[in-house]
Structures are given as structure tokens and as C-alpha cells.
Design a protein. Sequence first.
Length: 447
Amino acid sequence: MAKSTKTGLTPQALLQTLPPLTPNTIVWVAYSGGCDSHVLLHALVQLRQSHPFQLNAVYVNHGLSPNAAEWGRHCQTVCGELDVKFVCLEVDATPGDEESPEEAARRARYQAIIELLQPGEYLCTAHHQNDQAETLLLQLLRGAGPKGLAAMPASSSLGKATQLRPLLGFSQTQLHAYAEQYQLSWIEDETNTDTGFNRNYLRHQIMPLLRQRWPSADATLSRSASHCGEAAKLMEMLASQDYQSVKSESSTEIDVKKLLELDPARQKNLLRYWVHQTGLPLPSEKKLQHILSDVVHAAADKTPCVKWPGAEVRRFAGRLYVMTPMTEFDTTQVVSWSSLDQPLILPTGVTLLCKKTNQLPALSLDKLGAAKVEIRFRQGGERIRPAEKLHHIDLKKLLQQQGVPPWRRPVIPLIFAGDELVQVTGICIAHEYRAKDVTDALLIEQF
């Protein structure tokens, strides 16, 4: 039976922050062995006595501390005592370009956990009220907008699973009181006192001074984060409505003319929403301003581009396009496709698949015969006769007529049978190579 406690944190109080728990509910705890995550794990174990559910713990070894392996063994021992399934994940937390050690560790940790969790499962992390206050201040110092100032939500998607932060309403003082009452033992990460890290500097140097002047600073800052979260939701709802009025056929394109009908603040709000919807990294405020000034307001005959790590925005024919950065490659390469029943990975990263189909238009298997099939890229001078045309047409003119953006034209796979262009992937099939019925139909698609 769980003990009663006057700390404010009880298993029953924790229950109010969680979704309905059933025997089929699978909950993971991100367990580092520290006080906060141990308290969360222990409280969930207590709760499991009255509300049976499946409880697991995961420890991520970043390899950043010489004590990491020992901490992992400690976590395993605690989980064994609490009858909790334990998993240890090893990750590479080497920082990438323009990435801090903190960001690299967080990225590696969450990526490993995303791969571990299955759809419908929950990951509980031990972020508390003090963490929320620190996060708000860090976001303020980064110049974040309402979405960033909302800090950490109580619930958010994590891959196909859901991340929960059930302790956001409790202070670190309350968590330590719980740990002392239950006589929990935990480890201390020596990096938690390293003020070279921004969060630790705030935690040990700034927050104590703020609390001296404003004792309820943590709760007040957390409340401000909640207000910002509400504002961010309203902005997202407005952006969603605006997006419906400016979007094109593809989620990666929006109409420039319709975008310009909005006032500048709504334009920026919409652009952030649009990029976020594609799953690409968001641009900084500076890059966002460049998108507006250099791309949106560019002359109609220009094809400008603004890039940032992991994404870029381009303009063509009155449309904005967002995409992963284009990678350069040798367009003179010729790729032989000797086994059409096998996928073919091109130097552009695109994969071609060839299969029988019962849909037309399609390539004629009989017409291809034993011809040598090759994939080439546009060099200039290529010609093809689409089925609806009476004569051959220059590939350059065909791509212009089809409205293909200039940056996509060099990477379109061109299917050759011998020296004859028989298909422009995604655009057309040569008249003489089109299947006349489904018994002879062959479909080539790119992914």
C-alpha cells in the first residue's frame, strides 16, 4: 500500500496527470538513475498496485561520462527491485555541425527511444516545474516566439508513441521530499554542476537569485509558459485556416499571390506552420525574413532560393516550394538497369521500381524486349514523342510545358532503351513504347 505523503506528490495525484490506465497500457519511464526519474518510476510502481498497467524503464548511455556504465547497472538493479522491465540503449552523442553537446545528446537519446517505442505506447519523462521555468528562460534568451516560450507541453507526439511529462505541476522540492520519505537512493551526474552548460548556469547561478527576490518564480514562469502555449495553439489554428486558402495540390507548394494577400505577421505565422507540416527543420527568424524578402517578394521571372540546415525554400511560376536541400551529382552518369525486377537506387537518392501493372498508360514489355535499359539524366538535345503528340518534341520544351521547376529538371530519371528515350519518369512515355493493353503493361515509378 502506498504511504500517505504531505509533499503534494502522491501516486493518486500523479494519476490525475495520466491517460486512462488499463492492463494493456504500456508506459515507459526515461530513467537516468537521478532523483527526479527515480521518483517518477517509484510513484508509477506504487500506482500500478491499484491500477494495473505495463511499466518499463529505459536508460540511455550517451558514453559522455566514464561513470555511464556504472549508472546503467544501478538503474538495472533498482528496476529489478521494483519488478520493472529494464532496457539499456547505447547511443552515439557526437555533436554535428553547429550542434552543442546538449543538443547532440538530446537528439541521440530521443532518436533511440523513438526506435524502441511502439505505436500507442507512452514515454514518461521526469521534467518538473523547475525544469519548465528554466526552459522558458532559455527560450527567451534564444529569442523564441510563443511556440518556443510554451516550453515543454504536458503531452506531445514522439514518433508513433506519446511523450508525457506528468510532473510539470510539481516542484523539485516536492520531488525531493517524496524521495526522502520513501528513502530512495539515486546517483548524482557530475555534469549537473558544470555551469559551462547553459541550463546548469541558469539553474545554479541565476535561478537562486530570482527565488530570493521572487520566491514563487518557478511557478510563475511555468504559468507564463502555459499562457504562451495557449497563444501558440491559437496561432496554429489561424495558420491552419490560412494554409487552406494558399496551399496548392502538393503540401510542399503554396501560392505566392494568395500568400501576399495576408498581412506580414500572418505570412510569417503561415510559413512556419507550412514548413513544420512538411516535417522539415524550421528556419530561424533571420532565415524566415530572407524567405519573405528574397523569395516571396522576388521578381516573377526569378528562381530564388533560401537555405538553412536540413531544408530550403525556392520559388517558381508563382509557387513557393519547400524541400530537403538539393545535392549535387554528376549528371553525365549512366546507370545500367540489368534486372528490372530489382529496385534501382540512383545517385540522386531516388529509388526506381519496375513492376507489372493493370493500369494504363504504361511501358510496353514486348516493345522493350531485350533492349539494354539505362537511366540517364538531361544533357541537352534529348527528344521524345509523347502519345498525345504527332511529332517529337525537345525534352527542354516538354519540361517547360509541364511546368517542371528548373531545379528538378536535371534530376528527372530518363529511361533509355538502347539509345532511345522511352520514358521521362513521372512525365510521359514515348508513343511507340506505350503498352496497348494491360497484359503487356510495365510501370516504372520513383520513390
